[in-house]
Design a protein around this ligand. Sequence first.
Ligand code: HPA
Ligand code: ZN
Length: 320
Amino acid sequence: MHLNGLINELPKAELHLHIEGTLEPEMMFEMATRNGVELAYPNIEAVRAAYQFSDLQSFLDIYYQGAAVLRSEDDFADLMAGYLERAIADGVTRAEVFFDPQAHTERGVPFGTVIDGFARARRDFADRIDTDLILCFLRHLPEESALATLSTAEPYLDQIIAVGLDSSEVGHPPENFARVFARARAMGLRAVAHAGEEGPPEYVWGALDALGAERIDHGVRALEDPHLVRRLVEEQIPLTVCPQSNLKLKVVSDLGEHPLKRMLDLGLNVSINSDDPAYFGAYIGDNYRHVANALGLGVEEITRLARNSIESSFAPKATG
Ligand code: HPA
Ligand code: ZN
């Protein structure tokens, strides 16, 4: 397909990528062995066979189990290096990488181990890809845990560009984290939040107004609220859409029914991202290819999606 080359060559920013979601089964087994962690699966085939999800929660249960093999600084460095290699191969020039520190600190892995491992890999790849970290709070945990995590992160703020909000959406509205986000923003951090993936449009309003989110992760359910759509278009709020994730978590039943093209036609600022590629079976290039095929996107639309990603990134803009 002639769009293949275009998709690869266009400079792209990946703005919605959970590093723990890039843990391939091979690496999961390797780390489980070297760390003496027992896995619930006898072999790699059994891991892949377990990746059948009915909704966000059914995925998260397996995602946190997988993340439990990560223990040492080397593990976090290897995880980041594996992702950066694949991102570079797909033509990603800038990656703003989510990480879930509470998924590790809750198991007794120090925050510093996590971030020092990431730092080593980011340094090793710095001449090939520009990266920053986005610290995500797990919304199924209490506010106090998020506040404590933010305090723990303070010595490492030079490596963190923003805070985010992820995990189980329904029943955990953004307003619960208004104080944490206010504190993070006062510390000079930017803000993004998952909203409108499984949760209602009200959560997108909440992410914007209660959290000061500058980008919305997913946001596909915003389409249910015309007033919200008008605001998102007027303010050109970036929506980091993840088509393959939406398919695998049954937010849409078929890629041909994905609202991405409708969102573009409405004038929304959308980009394509991979979310948790090891679990959903598609890195960013395949996310572009699959959805372009399913929706019949053309050169102009693909170019616009890639440009949106670059322009929506938090990378300092070149001046002059
Ligand atoms: N949604 C919410 N939380 C997550 C996701 C997601 O798609 N991936 C990893 N944590
Ligand atoms: Zn996500």
